[in-house]
Ligand binder design. Structure first.
Ligand code: NAD
Ligand code: DAO
Ligand code: ZN
Ligand code: ZN
Length: 374
């Protein structure tokens, strides 16, 4: 049996309070578990959302973080797919390949360990592997990457090319695949399509990159911050619209710009009124709108049913529909072959000890991703 490791982790003791770097005890991995030395972890809005107390499923105290890369330190009984020394990306969606979801061929969601990860514990014994002076600390999304060591399930870890730079590919744990996959897997954008992307943060820019690669003829970027446009052009956005420049509803503006509406739209903000606009700016008869943004707890979407009766399609996606264990390594290969961008989304880097500053940076307009050196 392995030993307990004491290392630094950023503990969220309570919602909305600065994280505290603590000496945390990390128990050895049990059957079906893997202990990973986390080397780089980025911040995503979902961490901030849960930290801020808006997530009704949020449990405290916890260790947040879900966009990271590291190296396997040790494995529990029965773990065959990874071994110590392997380079890995922990994934917040599992892929057990055995459950009803995994076998359906219709979704990347997996049912195997979801109940345990949602409850902030490990699947095997419904307990946490983290503690501070004997007090258990909850896991988060089955990843908890704001710790120098984390314990994750073997069904939710992707083994990747050891030549790939971990300080970059950590981003392939969430935001970049989410945008790319929304376009490639959820919408299946075809060459020549007219596309609208609402929100030009990491997720929206990755959607734009995906749409460009899919051969979209026009990519209309919509953001209330005009500073987003210059950078967005380098990710494939061909036209920019700022809703603040118009009196009329933004769906109306887009419909007029596109002779009746777009073929595909993507909501990459998490705002329910923008979700409505994104649906309603779709072309009658076939336009499809994909919800990618995560809305605040309790919010609901609405539109007139006639929008759907007349052929528009409304759908959504988690992690862009990618199967994590199978496809994250493939995304890493695409990055190594320079077929997808990753470096360009890393706008800031900080030492782990300055994690609270990285939370502030995420509210700043020019920050896409801040990578922490653990
Ligand atoms: P971000 O904050 O970096 O980007 C959001 C952009 O939207 C910003 O540029 C902002 O200026 C713009 N914006 C805000 N309000 C707007 C409005 N009313 N109209 C137009 N533009 C507006 O965020 P991000 O990291 O790119 O993430 C985007 C969303 O995707 C978040 O809600 C996040 O939680 C969600 N997300 C979902 C998944 C998933 O699997 N579905 C995965 C990762 C992130
Ligand atoms: O219920 O099976 C499930 C999976 C729930 C998690 C889905 C997460 C989608 C949004 C995540 C935002 C970024 C981490
Ligand atoms: Zn995320
Ligand atoms: Zn499964």
């Amino acid at each position: 049996q392995g030993q307990v490791i004491t290392c630094k982790a950023a503990v969220a003791w309570e919602p909305n309070k600065p994280l505290v770097i603590e000496d945390v005890q990390v128990a050895p991995p049990q059957a079906g578990e893997v202990r990973v030395k986390i080397l780089f972890s980025a911040l995503c809005h979902t961490d901030i959302y849960t930290w801020s107390g808006q997530d009704p499923e949020g449990l405290f105290p916890c260790i947040l973080g879900h966009e990271a890369a590291g190296i396997v330190e040790s494995v529990g009984e029965g773990v065959i797919e990874v071994q110590p020394g392997d380079h890995v990306i922990p994934c917040y969606l599992a892929e057990c390949r055995e459950c009803k979801f995994c076998k359906s061929g219709k979704t990347n969601l997996c049912g195997k360990i979801r109940e345990a990860t949602g409850a902030g514990v490990m699947f095997g014994d419904r307990k946490s592997r983290f503690s501070v002076n004997g007090k258990p600390i909850y896991h988060f999304m089955g990843t908890s990457t704001f710790s120098q060591y984390s314990v994750v399930h073997d069904v939710s870890i992707a083994k990747v090319d050891p030549k790939a730079p971990l300080e970059k590919i950590c981003l392939l744990g969430c935001g970049v695949p989410t945008g790319l996959g929304a376009v490639w897997n959820a919408a299946k954008v075809e060459p020549g399509s007219v596309v609208a992307i609402f929100g030009l943060g990491t997720v929206g820019l990755a959607a734009s990159e995906g749409a460009k690669a899919a051969g979209a003829s026009r990519i209309i970027g919509i953001d209330i911050d005009s500073k987003k446009y210059e950078r967005a052009k380098t990710f494939g956005v061909t036209e920019f619209v700022n809703p603040k420049d118009y009196e009329k509803p933004i769906q109306q503006v887009i419909i007029e710009l596109t002779d009746g509406g777009v073929d595909y739209s993507f909501e990459c903000i998490g705002n329910v009124s923008v979700m409505r606009a994104a649906l309603e700016c779709c072309h009658k008869g076939w336009g499809t709108s994909v919800i990618v943004g995560v809305a605040p707890a309790g919010k609901e979407i609405s539109t007139r049913p006639f929008q759907l009766v007349t052929g528009r399609v409304w759908k959504g996606t988690a992690f862009g529909g990618f199967k994590t264990r199978t496809q994250v390594p493939w995304l890493v290969e695409k990055y190594m072959k320079k077929e997808i961008k990753v470096d360009e989304y890393v706008t800031h880097s900080l030492p782990f000890g300055e994690i609270n500053n990285s939370f502030d940076l995420m509210h700043e307009g020019n920050c896409l991703r801040c990578v922490l050196d653990m």
